[in-house]
Design a protein around this ligand. Structure first.
Ligand code: SF4
Length: 371
């Protein structure tokens, strides 16, 4: 069924040519992890893995920002959003991520003022328009969302907004790659790095990883052609025994990244240890507000820093996010856990592997991408 989607893609002919090229150059089994949930979604949607030789296994990585936000951060968001003086602002896909007892959508249905915004600057605007309310923005995501979130905080400081704050749960890709490689169960031999992250941060952070672990890392985009080009370059390196950082997304990514965006991040955030949902603490894998902007920290302002929670044992999201297990390996998949009634975040987010399998691979018989 998935194969019909690739024929609807305008670059279908070039995709099939690239798949043939990959087949010709693949001489033995290789495991390649795509980091980004957007890439996972495209692979499953267009059936790209089904076009590849059977020797090639694509493993899904932890790059879904909604999926890796820890459950206790949802509980903190719920506690703040339940306050009668708060306007809690978030991107829409965070509203259905389950906390320990409820999600933000439930808070909204119970009368909480939870609003979906499309930019952190919308929340700054709400703070200006509602000086008698506390406006809080849920600042989650990888390096891609951090510049705009940092800009919003800096703007709130310039405007002297005392009623604006951010609940920060930013995560970083390079430490996550190291965590995947350090796992005793790791079978990943090459990576497709996320093109949008590298558009912001450049490629420099990946050089020591490629050298230390001897793994090829290919910066890759999100269209089917981009993804297969990244796979092709990664296979070529693996077959030749090379482990280099290469860029298959040159139309967006420069080695130095976006210096203005990085300067904005550096001005507002500092690197901290961060807990990842289902995975646990990864050293120096996140950003929090630095000293100069700490007064905008919603967790401190509303005294919710101490809220801690354990992940539900029935959800194996951590195993899925590290590529150790497939969504269909989870006993809850498509039974007790569905997009309508999710038990874990990967079944909620548009970038979550469980949601993607539910949408495109629910039927048995279609090829698994991690065998
Ligand atoms: S199917 Fe549901 S319960 Fe299982 S790992 Fe995915 S999100 Fe968690």
């Amino acid at each position: 069924m998935t194969l019909k989607f690739i024929d609807e893609y305008r670059g279908a002919r070039q995709v099939r040519q690239l798949a043939d090229e990959i087949r010709r150059k693949t001489t033995r089994p290789w495991n390649i992890m795509e980091i980004c949930g957007g890439q996972t979604n495209a692979i499953l949607r267009f059936g790209l893995d089904e076009l590849l030789p059977r020797e090639l296994t694509l493993i899904h990585g932890p790059g879904c920002p909604v999926c890796v936000t820890p459950i206790e951060m949802i509980d903190r968001a719920v506690a703040i959003a339940s306050r009668p003086d708060a306007i809690f602002c978030s991107f829409g896909d965070m509203l259905r991520v389950p906390g320990s007892e409820k999600d933000l959508l439930r808070v909204k249905s119970e009368g909480g003022d939870v609003r979906i915004v499309y930019s952190p600057m919308d929340a700054v605007g709400l703070a200006r328009a509602n000086p008698d309310r506390q406006v809080v923005f849920f600042a989650i995501g990888f390096e891609t969302t951090a510049p705009a979130n940092a800009m919003a905080v800096a703007q709130a400081a310039r405007l002297g907004l005392e009623n604006f704050s951010v609940l920060v749960s930013h995560v970083l890709v390079p430490p996550a790659i190291r965590a995947v490689l350090d796992s005793p169960h790791c079978v990943v031999q090459g990576f497709l790095a996320a093109g949008h992250v590298c558009t912001v941060m450049g490629t420099g952070d990946y050089l020591p990883i490629a050298r230390q672990y001897h793994v090829p890392i290919v910066v890759t985009g999100f269209e089917p052609l981009d993804i297969l080009r990244g796979v092709s370059m990664c296979v070529e390196q693996l077959e030749q025994g090379r482990a280099e950082v290469e860029n298959a997304y040159g139309r967006c990514v420069r080695p130095e990244g976006n210096p203005a965006a990085m300067a904005q991040i550096d001005a507002v955030f500092e690197t901290v240890d961060r807990k990842w949902r289902g995975i646990g603490l990864i050293p120096r894998s996140g950003w929090a507000l630095g000293e100069a902007y700490r007064r905008f920290d919603a967790a401190r302002r509303f005294g919710v820093e101490g809220i801690a929670a354990d992940e539900p044992a029935e959800c194996i999201a951590g195993e899925v996010l590290q590529g150790h297990r497939k969504p269909r390996d989870c006993p809850m998949f498509a039974g007790r856990c569905t997009p309508e009634h999710p038990l874990g975040a990967p079944m909620v987010s548009a970038e979550g592997a469980c949601a993607a399998y539910h949408r495109y691979r629910r039927r048995a018989g279609t090829r698994e991408t991690h065998e």
